[in-house]
Design a protein around this ligand. Structure first.
Ligand code: ATP
Ligand code: MG
Length: 568
């Protein structure tokens, strides 16, 4: 299968065995004339992350390709960890990614049906109530090399099982005192088939069903039948569920219901990134980040706040495809897709992060003028804007060296450079504070070089951004970097901890950056390329008087280099 990136005309071969599988099922009419039906089944126990984006793009994207439909189903079988906050956040994130579900479903809507099916299995002699404790059940389960042992309660009569299960539901027994188990095979080589638990007693309030139930179905009992209830034709999930597939099929066959089929694909792993909901929750709870939407988090809400776009994420997911073996993808590849997208769409602006005064001695003190600047050189339809220029400007501290090192082409005494879209200037002298730091650079300008070119064809080696001092607005800039400092965050010595690998420099706050005045009208979520600095997005925490910009990414594209090296 080839896929063309419309932006770059870059044709690449994308391996996606799921697409091939669906195409084959359509050809063979595996499901007759029924439409392709998929679902995305998050458990509402945390926020969605980049890995989920891959699953969403597969579930929704492939159904779309084949004229099918996708349900959003909350797998809400575990009342202790699930919350409405997560249900809401998940819906928001899926919409943001650009997908719309056919039906909004909840596994909890099926509690009644699942209970009826449990009764049916008991009546058929396929399920029994077990009084062993959780520990005893574990001990009876055996290992990969040893078969399990039958529970002494395994051969209870149908009548006794029915009576006990109904009373479990009626709340007669305390938590953990009994479970309902499927009666399959304690010697199965697949541990999931050794009489798995179907129901447990849990006197807990559920975020949707309240106190209606005090027994809750296990995920493995609910999942396959939920697919079946929704006539899911292609139930896609990650590889760790492959061993559970025989169990899902067993339930479906015993009950004689719609034969949904499961297909497992590789989980997305990214370098420098941790994608476990449980651990992400821990980062939030321990205040190691500011929340689920901290711009350093790999959650969709985090990267959205950071300035990532759904378009880039979808293009990335399309390019990684799906396979049957787990691997790890370089974070630089995701960043490459994001830069590519932002390069095409983001407006340019000038911002000086670490300001140094530049004073043009031969520019009349009262004079000001506007220079015309393209909003996006990649997109002429983005138009131009006027940027004020005056005698006192700010430039980056890094753009001046009193004593230039070799190959330093930016400003230094006697050197001429271009101020972007404005004039050529030549540094003449400096003013220093008591500690010897340069606080002002004095220069002269060439009035004939207006617009950035000299009529005599003089060349300069450097073009620098600037902001007019008296017109500048002040802003806070958050320079975000990777949350973990190791490519594999789980690479820590024995006795160590995942969080030992947190990058201590993942956030640097610059509190007094100087921005061109047009940025005063930026709205939260607006994205810009600050020329020569990087891509930035206005944070919702901004106020009218203090703008706060998050760095999405610096400009330098390391993936392009990695690819070039690989190709060379
Ligand atoms: P946990 O992190 O607790 O293991 P989970 O990430 O599996 O949970 P779910 O809410 O069950 O969370 O995930 C919903 C769907 O997203 C599942 O079908 C799962 O297979 C898929 N998914 C989860 N993580 C990834 C990932 N890293 N890459 C691709 N798909 C994923
Ligand atoms: Mg899961």
């Amino acid at each position: 299968m080839t896929d063309t990136n419309p932006e770059t005309n870059d044709v690449r071969t994308v391996n996606n065995f799921l697409r091939d599988q669906i195409a084959e099922d359509v050809r063979n009419k595996t499901y007759g004339d029924a439409v392709i039906q998929t679902r995305f089944p998050p458990e509402p126990n945390g926020y969605l992350h980049i890995g989920h984006a891959k699953a969403i793009c597969l579930d929704f994207g492939l159904a779309d390709e084949f004229g099918g439909k996708t349900n959003l189903r909350f797998d809400d079988t575990n009342p202790e960890k699930e919350e409405q906050e997560y249900v809401d956040a998940i819906q928001k994130d899926i919409h943001w990614l650009g997908f719309e579900w056919e039906r909004l479903c909840y596994a909890s809507d099926y509690f009644g049906q699942l209970y009826e099916w449990a009764l049916q299995l008991i009546k058929a002699g396929k399920a029994y109530v077990d009084d062993l404790s959780a520990d005893e059940i574990r001990q009876h389960r055996g290992t990969l090399t040893e078969p399990g042992k039958d529970s002494p309660y395994r051969n209870r009569s149908v009548e006794e099982n029915l009576d006990l299960f109904v009373r479990m539901k009626q709340g007669e027994f305390p938590d953990g005192s009994r479970v309902l188990r499927a009666k399959i095979d304690m010697a199965s080589p697949n541990l999931n088939m050794r009489d798995p638990v179907m129901y447990r007693i849990l006197h807990a309030t559920h975020h949707r069903t309240g106190d209606a139930w005090c027994i809750y179905p296990m995920y493995d009992y609910a999942h396959g039948q939920s697919d079946s209830i929704e006539n899911i034709t292609h139930s896609m999930c990650t590889l760790e569920f492959a061993d559970h597939q025989p169990l899902y099929r067993w339930y479906i066959e015993q009950l004689g219901i719609f034969p949904s089929h499961q297909f497992e694909f590789d989980r997305l792993n990214l370098t420098y990134t941790m994608l476990s909901k449980r651990k992400l929750l821990q980062l939030v709870q321990e205040h190691r980040v500011s929340g689920w939407d901290d711009p350093r988090m790999p959650t969709l809400s985090g990267i959205r706040r950071r300035g990532f776009t759904p378009e880039a994420l979808r293009a990335f997911c399309a390019s990684i495809g799906a396979s049957r073996t787990n691997g790890t993808t370089d974070i630089e590849m995701l960043e490459h897709f994001q830069r590519d997208d932002l390069n095409h769409r983001s407006l340019r602006a000038m911002a000086v992060l670490r300001p140094l005064k530049l004073i043009i001695d031969n520019y009349p003190p009262e004079q000001e003028e506007n220079v015309e600047v393209a909003n996006n050189p990649e997109d002429p339809s983005a138009g131009t804007r006027q940027v004020p220029f005056s005698r006192e400007l700010y430039i980056e501290q890094d753009d001046f060296r009193e004593v230039p090192p070799p190959k330093y082409y930016r400003l230094s005494p006697g050197k001429e450079v271009r101020l972007r879209n404005a004039y050529f200037v030549t540094a003449k002298s400096v003013v220093k504070d008591a500690a010897g730091n340069v606080t002002e650079v004095h220069c002269t300008y060439d009035p004939a070089s207006r617009g950035g070119n000299s009529p005599d064809g003089r060349k300069v080696k450097s073009t620098m951004h600037w902001v007019s001092a008296k017109h500048a607005i002040e802003a806070e800039i958050r320079l975000y970097d990777k949350l973990f400092s190791k490519p594999d965050p789980y690479d820590f010595p024995e006795g160590g901890d995942l969080f030992d690998n947190l990058n201590p420099n993942s956030l640097e706050i610059v509190s007094d950056a100087k921005l061109e005045p047009s940025l005063a009208s930026a709205k939260p979520g607006d994205r810009f390329q600050f020329e020569r600095v990087g891509y930035f997005c206005l944070d919702p925490d901004s106020s009218e008087t203090k703008k706060k910009f998050n760095r999405t990414l610096p400009l330098k594209d390391t993936w392009a280099k990695i690819e070039k090296k690989a190709g060379a």
